[in-house]
Design a protein around this ligand. Structure first.
Ligand code: PGA
Length: 249
């Protein structure tokens, strides 16, 4: 099986003014961990200063969203090509906050991931069940359906990462049990194999996200089929983010 290098991605969400963003990016760059890959995803306004602060470091830069079109009359939106032009290597698509706040469905996420690929970016495609889905025993069905619907033709391990983020675990301090994470990640890998073939599934990195902290990272990152983490709140502290990076097996 192809080796999968762990990836820890920090999703800053809508946080930070310029001075905070530059300080945070510099602190992360200064402590970069070698055994895993680190990427930070600042808000769009901080991408350019963060790119400068990270330049020469091993820390990658990602956007938090992109439009499905390469350019045009889409007020307020940012295209994947614009992110690439600023030095981004990655972009998050289909985060549950986008799915909820902006009504994004799997078809939209699929089109955005495709746009990311066309611009040469790695798409971090987010999926995850709601609390109601989990309570009604539909987790695997919902997450499997999101994977099938959100991964575009042309997705492969080199241009796509899947992040499993249970909606109820995001920002809540609650995490699934290790057995629940293992079960969903195994199901995601099986679904990716059905969609894209076994070699792509074996090589594709699957991240866990939702209340990952320095205190629980080692246990989560050691699980089979977990190849890294998508970190929200804890990525706003360089110490915490780097501590999570150092927890990679
Ligand atoms: P959290 O967010 O780490 O604050 O739970 C994760 C995410 O939304 O990516």
């Amino acid at each position: 099986m192809a080796a999968r290098r762990p990836l820890i991605a920090g999703n800053w969400k809508m946080n930070g003014l310029r001075a905070d963003g530059v300080a945070l990016a510099r602190a992360v760059a200064g402590g970069a961990v070698i055994p895993c890959e680190l990427v930070v995803c600042p808000p769009a306004t901080l991408l350019a200063p963060a790119a400068e602060a990270l330049s020469g470091s091993r820390v990658g830069l990602g956007g938090q969203d992109c439009h499905a079109q390469a350019k045009g009359a889409h007020t307020g939106d940012v295209s994947a090509a614009m992110l690439a032009d600023l030095g981004c290597s990655h972009v998050i698509v289909g985060h549950s906050e986008r799915r909820t706040d902006h009504g994004e469905d799997d078809a939209t996420v699929n089109a955005k991931a495709k746009a990311a690929h066309a611009a040469g970016l790695i798409a971090i495609v987010c999926v995850g069940e709601s609390e109601a889905d989990r309570d009604s025993g539909r987790t695997l069905q919902v997450v499997g359906g999101q994977v099938e619907g959100s991964l575009p033709t042309g997705a492969r391990a080199a241009n796509t990462v899947v992040a499993y983020e249970p909606v109820w675990a995001i920002g809540s301090g609650r995490t699934p049990t290790p057995e629940q994470i293992r079960e969903v990640h195994g199901h995601i890998r099986t679904t990716v194999a059905q969609c894209l073939g076994q070699p792509a599934a074996d090589a594709m990195r699957l991240l866990y996200g939702g209340s990952v902290k320095p205190g629980n990272a080692a246990e989560i990152l050691a699980l089979p089929d977990v190849d890294g983490a998508l970190v929200g709140g804890a990525s706003l502290s360089a110490d915490d983010f780097l501590a999570i990076g150092k927890s990679c097996p």
